[in-house]
Design a protein around this ligand. Structure first.
Ligand SMILES: [Zn+2]
Length: 323
């Protein structure tokens, strides 16, 4: 994942890139920005257990790394089979929410991992640089794209979700998550998470006085990773990780994949390529015909961790700086 705020900004940006006919079928687009959290909603669910062993993290990892296109297909196939395709939440969740979250991850993650030098939290490392970098990028994006002061802006207000969840969305998610990943009641988990994000942001990211930043940084050497919390930080600290100078970097899992793109290049590429996918999915819904080949040629089956083919395992081999 890039951080929650970057995904949130991406969802809002996407609206400008969608076709007129797609937009016409999303009259309530702005009300559902929480859908932008995608598979991370498993991680935020009951977040107060975030550092404990949590089955949901395993569920999220499966969704990040395996069967991406198959999940999208199973979701659409079921929704159309049972006649739910008219439901705006059904269509908003999968395209602008879930698929776009995954695409932004898949495009930007290799660059973030290469520059941060690590991926998942590892208690043997001195800290969790990946989380720290994504938190800094959130702050940078908020300032640059929204003109908000991340140090004082009550960011949790951007995560207030006040809609009622369509039971059809929960049912479709339950079905597709079970069929693809053998995850039970995943739709119910997502539905609860929609309402838990606001509190997560209030506790861990909003920090108008900077007191939390001091506490999180103070306990980081012991807990390893708490410095990835608090938006009361200097956005300029993100700059060394964005590759704004366009130097060459390697895919952390495969040195034959070389790029000079910056974080913002990748963000913009995800936006325009992703918009085409969302438009494509929307026209499938409108036609009411879900064909597996069509979906597999529209939705790239890529892992949100290394951006390469889903079924390739991720191995962290190449980073800018050894930790
Ligand atoms: Zn990440």
């Amino acid at each position: 994942m890039p951080g929650p705020k970057t995904h949130d900004i991406f969802y809002r940006d996407l609206k400008q890139h969608l076709s007129c006919s797609t937009l016409r079928s999303f009259p309530n687009y702005d009300e559902y920005n929480i859908f932008a959290q995608g598979h991370d909603l498993f991680i935020y669910h009951n977040f107060y257990k975030i550092w404990s062993l949590n089955n949901n993290i395993q569920a999220s990892v499966m969704m990040q790394e395996t069967k991406f296109a198959e999940f999208v297909y199973n979701y659409l196939k079921y929704a159309v089979e049972v006649g739910f395709e008219e439901d705006e939440q059904i269509r908003l969740f999968i395209g602008p929410g879930y698929v776009m979250h995954h695409i932004l991850d898949a495009y930007t993650h290799p660059q973030i991992i290469y520059y941060a030098g690590d991926h998942t939290r590892n208690p043997n490392n001195s800290t969790w640089k990946h989380g720290i970098v994504e938190n800094l990028i959130d702050i940078y994006m908020m300032e640059k794209f929204e003109g908000k002061n991340p140090n004082t802006y009550p960011v949790y207000e951007d995560f207030i979700f006040s809609q009622s969840i369509s039971p059809r969305l929960i049912q479709t998610l339950n079905h597709a998550l079970f069929e693809t990943y053998h995850i039970s009641n995943g739709g119910d988990v997502f539905a609860e998470s929609f309402f838990q994000m606001e509190l997560f942001m209030k506790i861990f990211k909003y920090d108008s006085t900077g007191i939390k930043q001091k506490i999180f940084d103070g306990i980081d050497p012991v807990v390893k990773g708490t410095s990835s919390f608090s938006y009361h930080r200097n956005s300029q600290e993100a700059l060394p990780y964005l590759n704004l100078d366009h130097e060459a970097w390697l895919n952390p899992s495969d040195s034959t994949v070389v790029s000079r793109e910056s974080f913002l290049d990748l963000y913009n590429k995800a936006l325009s390529n992703g918009a085409e996918i969302v438009n494509g999915l929307e026209s499938m819904f409108m036609r009411g015909i879900i064909n597996q080949d069509d979906i597999f040629s529209l939705v790239p089956n890529i892992s949100s961790v290394h951006g390469l083919d889903c079924e390739r395992p991720f191995q962290l081999r190449y980073t800018k700086n050894k930790l």
